[in-house]
Design a protein around this ligand. Structure first.
Ligand code: KG4
Ligand code: ZN
Length: 345
């Protein structure tokens, strides 16, 4: 079965073809980062309009790259939510319009389920069950994953998401948007002894997170600096920030593994691309003897491959999930725990 995946929940248009027998056939992505950069963040209306421009050329690209004919597509999966309403509507329209024209079924996919399952696309995929840390621009959640759709929330952020903390702190240091990769690169040159930032909720009994205080601590450091921040000062603050957030994320993962008795940890979402987080988790995994799995770097941030894959997983387990009615809605707010486990056929 060949599934076309369409992702358009935020500022990336992603299309991909996943074959349940041959694996990922092709995927193509257009990032709108350059367009939104001037505004310091995503402008929803501009995002929607750009998805309109990019979707069909990207479809043509994935078909050409994999030498696949449009008629070979068996089903179309699209991101139904959560995300920006206008942006989601573009992907949903493209998917439903195409499915109607091709007389093929459609399926709305939960964006976070896409992220969660994306490590299964890598060369050494994890087996179920596992603990998953989902760290993206909009979400920070620890979950117990027993199978496709069987997700139990263990803990989540009470305020800012991890990616949001990276982006906001980077902005305070004048690093532009999105700040995650930039603050991470700068931190490499920072002196770890220069500043100490708080580790929010490190010793709390729950598996919840809180990152807004960390961002405020960065703001205070920047404000208290009476002279102009030189590059080394910025690198030192970046280092303090990265050390603090990584320590909290790793500690909570270890607690989640201990609490569930599991030995497999999966990291998903944009912040999963972070090198300091990966280094620290790898060191902890070697020391505490558990296995840690990441999506391929290109599939950490938003992409169509994870949507095609999540759609294919659901359709394989529950063929009745395929929809031949092309009226659609999107769900800009959609808690992951509302998802039902996929039926096993
Ligand atoms: O998963 P994603 O592409 O989109 C959402 O669903 O939100 O995640 C984007 C987030 C942004 O906040 C971005 O700054 C962060 O992931 N990010 C990183 C890195 N690469 C992306 N944060 C830290 N280090 C990185 N290397
Ligand atoms: Zn995402």
């Amino acid at each position: 079965m060949i599934v076309l995946g369409v992702e358009s929940s935020c500022d990336e248009t992603g299309l991909a073809l996943y074959d349940t027998e041959r694996g990922l056939l092709s995927h193509a992505l257009h990032s709108q980062v350059a367009m939104h950069e001037a505004y310091g963040g995503v402008v929803p209306e501009l995002a929607s309009r750009d998805h309109v421009r990019r979707a069909i050329p990207l479809l043509e690209q994935v078909l050409a790259d994999s030498h696949t004919d449009l008629s070979a597509i068996d089903a179309i999966a699209y991101t139904q939510g959560p995300g920006l309403a206008g942006a989601l509507l573009v992907g949903a329209s493209v998917a439903n319009g195409l499915a109607l024209a091709l007389d093929k079924p459609v399926l709305g996919v939960h964006h976070l389920e896409g992220h969660l399952l994306s490590p299964l696309l890598s060369a050494t995929p994890p087996e179920f069950p596992f603990v998953a840390l989902l760290v993206s621009g909009g979400h920070t959640q620890l979950m117990c994953v027993d199978g496709v759709g069987a997700y139990t929330l263990l803990g989540e952020t009470l305020d800012d998401a991890a990616g949001e903390a990276f982006d906001k702190s980077a902005k305070l240091l004048g690093l532009g948007y999105p700040g995650g990769p930039a603050i991470s690169r700068l931190a490499e040159y920072g002196d770890p002894e220069a500043y100490q930032l708080p580790r929010p909720m490190l010793h709390a009994k729950t598996l919840d997170f809180s990152f807004s205080g960390l961002k405020t601590a960065v703001l205070t450091l920047v404000k208290n600096h009476h002279t102009h921040l030189c590059e080394q000062d910025k690198a030192n603050i970046a280092r303090a920030f990265v050390d603090a957030i990584v320590e909290v994320l790793v500690a909570k993962c270890l607690s989640a593994l201990k609490q569930t008795g599991m030995k497999r940890l999966v990291i998903a979402g944009g912040v999963g691309a972070n090198v300091q987080l990966r280094q620290s988790l790898n060191a902890a995994a070697a020391k505490k003897r558990f296995d840690v799995f990441y999506p391929e770097l290109a599939l950490c941030t938003d992409n169509g491959a994870m949507i095609a894959f999540a759609g294919a997983m659901r359709l394989q387990r529950d063929p009745a999930a395929a929809r031949y009615e092309y009226a659609f809605n999107v769900r800009p707010r959609w808690p992951l725990h509302e998802l039902q486990p996929a039926q096993t056929s």
